[in-house]
Write a new protein. Sequence first.
Length: 452
Amino acid sequence: MSNDLDPERAGIAAEHEALMQFMYLSPVGLVQADMTGNIAMINPISAQLLMPLAPQACLNNLFDVLADVAPELRHMCTSFAADSGMICEGRQIVLHQGSHARIQRGTPEVLSISLLKLDAARLMAVISDVTEQVRRERQLKQADAWLNAILTNITDYAVVSLDRDGHVSAWNDTIGRVTRFGAEVVGQPYSVFFPEGGTTDARQVDCLREALANGWNLEEGPRLRADGSQFWGSAMISPLPDNGALHEGETDSTYCMILRDISDKHAEGATAHSATFSDALTGVSNRRAFFDAASKELGRRRQSPRATSLVVFDADHLKDINQRLGAAAGDQVLRQLAARLRATFRDVDVVARMGGNQFAVLLPSTDLAGALIVAERVRAQIAAQAAAPDGSDIPFTVSAGVAEMDDDANELTALMARADQAMRRAKQQGRNQVANWTPADHFQMPDLLAPL
């Protein structure tokens, strides 16, 4: 009888060997893990892609390795109710850009991960480097948006003439049709079409400068009608022919802004956009959206220096809340914190969940004093809610660290490190407080998920 089993065992061994060869020779990263993320098999490509993210270079648990850059994956897997099926497909993950301690030149900046639930106990992850693909898609998206703005029916547009400083220079019927503003809009900066907090003076100058440099500038976001109602608008600014030089090297350029109401199209693409750029648990921006927006803002700052600050928030004692009330309570705390941040900060600010119980807010055109004021406002409002809960919210407090960019911290990594160090000092001094970075704080690379 044993002789009869030998061929069967040999066949199983051969199949296993073939599977292992397939995994190791696959052109993409493959990881097999259990539902808690413990890795059973991993091929060399996955190991190469994940090793820069692994704490102490340990590739034991997939979710632990990705906790810094994709904390939502663990929640997505545990909440996936079906016996098997695709949990997520092609989800893009932005790595911690600028971390020169780990990320070297040529190391991926964006990973794509698909998670497939094989059965009740097993997961398969497919991981690949999509850095170049994302860069090309961004370029194509810009070109497509430009063509779409030109080819769409002109009746959808408000055609706004701007002077060299970005002020509305003339009124016409198209402005009234789309925005309901009358002739009183003439002479006002084009920020009149933005809701409060939707732009800054520096951002308007940036858009005009980019239009001059590139031939056009295109941005989407909330826009304002004269009656106070909002719509999702697409605004393309293009320079008109120069009217002559006022000074050497300077021209009296004017601009044309095409403002279009794209609320319907925005609603159609909102789900896909949310899946790519929003944190699954809280709804605020995710790490990818944060680094994309921060990269653009710091690029503008290099062209035209201005104050730029960062605030890092951390929910106090979240581990204790999880232990006393359960993980669902901890998730509720994070959602409450995210909602408070959204309600407090401007549309132009970048509010993002960076991982675990920590959030970051990038504040363009804001100095340290201004950032401290708004951070303290958030802390005080949350503390007041903790002192008098209404029954639906879970009491908690936050600690926050604030830092402003300067000549010694003119890159995102250094700014994040400063804000993180200030936040940790606020924790060490008793929590439920805001601290700003000082030279006495020890500089080190930020680890936004390290135990506190």
